[in-house]
Design a protein around this ligand. Structure first.
Ligand SMILES: *[C@@H]1O[C@H](CO)[C@@H](O)[C@H](O)[C@H]1NC(C)=O
Ligand SMILES: *[C@@H]1O[C@H](CO)[C@@H](O)[C@H](O)[C@H]1NC(C)=O
Ligand SMILES: *[C@@H]1O[C@H](CO)[C@@H](O)[C@H](O)[C@H]1NC(C)=O
Length: 189
């Protein structure tokens, strides 16, 4: 009996503690002055081109299939490839390294070659060092130009939005290595 009373007392104390610290929800969300985050300034439109080096071959591939496509698919449907691809300033793979494209692409179309691209461009040079943009979109890799949305960013690209235009510049049909130009238009503060 004494045990039960003790137990109940503890429960009542715990309940009292919880209800006294419980927020009524009224002050949970608050409006913040845009100036605190520098958002009162005019948005900038920044353009740049980087070259996405998809290396599948050799001893150090940067693009690795982690999930094969579903049986009988002729369009890579269901296949998933993880990437940590170099982003360079020019087409040659040994040109200046600007950053990395990290993420994955997955076969998302059954009747054509159509990838879901989900990747972050992480910049490694100059004032954008450490800043990222996030690209999430549809890539019909055989089309001349593929447009994909930039859905966000970090660092100097906070609150980013925009789009990229991808154009294949080089494709090795034997081993699958490819170089794709990403022409990026980013609105940010
Ligand atoms: C798919 O492949 C299997 C063998 O892997 C075969 O038996 C089947 O007929 C194929 N189906 C189609 C629709 O081609
Ligand atoms: C890049 O590689 C090519 C040959 O593949 C070479 O001619 C060129 O000098 C290299 N450039 C740099 C910057 O290393
Ligand atoms: C980029 O930032 C990293 C980490 O802060 C630093 O180690 C590196 O030297 C920087 N690179 C350049 C080119 O500024």
């Amino acid at each position: 009996m004494a045990k039960l009373i003790f137990f109940l007392a503890v429960q009542i104390l715990l309940l009292a503690a919880v209800s006294s610290t419980r927020d009524d929800g009224e002050n949970f969300f608050r409006t913040v002055d845009r100036k605190l985050l520098g958002l009162h300034k005019k948005e900038k439109l920044t353009h740049f081109k980087v070259y996405w080096q998809d290396i599948l071959s050799g001893p150090n591939p940067t693009s690795i299939r982690i999930q094969p496509p579903v049986t009988n698919s002729t369009s890579y449907f269901g296949g998933i490839t993880m990437i940590d691809n170099a982003l360079t300033a020019k087409v040659p793979t040994n040109s200046t390294l600007m950053g990395q494209a990290q993420g994955f692409y997955a076969g998302a179309a059954q009747k054509e070659l159509g990838f879901l691209m989900a990747m972050n461009f992480v910049f490694k040079t100059g004032k954008y060092n450490g800043s990222t943009i996030t690209i999430l979109g549809r890539n019909t890799a055989m089309s001349k130009v593929r447009e994909m949305p930039i859905v966000g960013g970090s660092g100097l690209f906070r609150f980013a939005r925009g789009y990229v235009e991808a154009r294949s510049k080089y494709l090795n049909f034997k081993n699958g290595d490819a170089t794709v130009e990403y022409s990026c238009y980013v609105l940010h503060y």
